[in-house]
Design a protein. Structure first.
Ligand code: PEP
Length: 251
């Protein structure tokens, strides 16, 4: 039985006071989703503040990115072990905004996935197709190639140490959500790809959906057989919305 997981990606939003207010409202509201694993990924500068505010709660801490390197002359980079030391348990890898705006390719994403594993972080591998790729009916191929790059680097046992988030690029931050049937089809495809390598890993792998998830559509998406929770952007900045999405995962 896979435990549902809901992760909030705050992207480049936040301020000390706003973070504290958000968490003050969110933590008690999460009582209704005690069976769901939950995490938030604030921007780097707020990780220490948020770690302190989360102390003693079940809400976990994650980061939005990491360096492929462990240490050294890499100005502006943050390593996996630094994130671990700050209390992170999760780290997003290959978010579509990293891929499209910062030129991260499949090879770099695979290196980052491996670096996260080395520091005992759980990498959340984000995969997904653009609108043109969906219209070109190559969604399954695109997603398979993105996962294959990581498999080549860390193998199926390494991949088993992470989580996969399917996020169609056309649905991220656009208000346009993939239909439950579209989501289930891609999630089932991902699980079948993994099953070719190791059926036990495939059965245990948590595959999240991300892309304009809201309180109003979360229940139907999370009810799909192969959907194990969500990666939530915009709606994670509102305590009531994020709590309602987590509660939908509980049902
Ligand atoms: C995301 O940032 O991964 C995301 C899914 O954003 P949104 O929920 O705003 O579409």
């Amino acid at each position: 039985m896979r435990r549902k997981l809901v992760i909030g990606n705050w992207k480049m939003h936040g301020k000390h006071q706003a973070n504290a207010q958000l968490l003050e409202a969110l933590l008690p509201a999460l009582a209704e989703s005690a069976g769901v694993e939950t995490a938030v990924c604030p921007p780097y500068p707020y990780l220490a503040q948020v770690a302190e505010l989360l102390a003693g709660s079940t809400l976990k801490l994650g980061a939005q990115n990491l360096s492929r390197f462990d240490q050294g002359a890499h100005t502006g980079e943050v390593s996996a072990h630094m994130l671990r030391e700050l209390g992170c348990q999760y780290v997003l890898v290959g978010h579509s905004e990293r891929r499209s705006l910062y030129g991260e390719d499949d090879r770099l994403v695979a290196e980052k996935f491996a670096a996260a594993l080395c520091a005992d972080l759980v990498p959340v591998l984000c995969v997904g197709e653009s609108l043109a790729q969906r219209r070109g009916e190559i969604t399954e191929r695109v997603v398979a190639e993105q996962i294959q790059a990581v498999l080549q680097r860390v193998g199926i046992n390494g991949l088993a140490g992470g989580v996969i988030a399917y996020e169609p690029v056309w649905a991220i931050g656009t208000g346009e959500t993939a239909t439950p049937a579209q989501v289930q089809a891609v999630h089932r495809h991902i699980r079948s790809l993994l099953a070719e390598q190791d059926p036990a890993v495939a059965a245990a792998m948590r595959i999240l959906y991300g892309g304009s998830v809201k309180a109003a559509n979360a229940g139907e998406l999370f009810a799909q057989t192969d959907v194990d929770g969500g990666l939530i952007g915009g709606a994670s900045l509102d305590a009531a919305s994020f709590a309602a999405i987590c509660a939908a995962a509980q049902r």
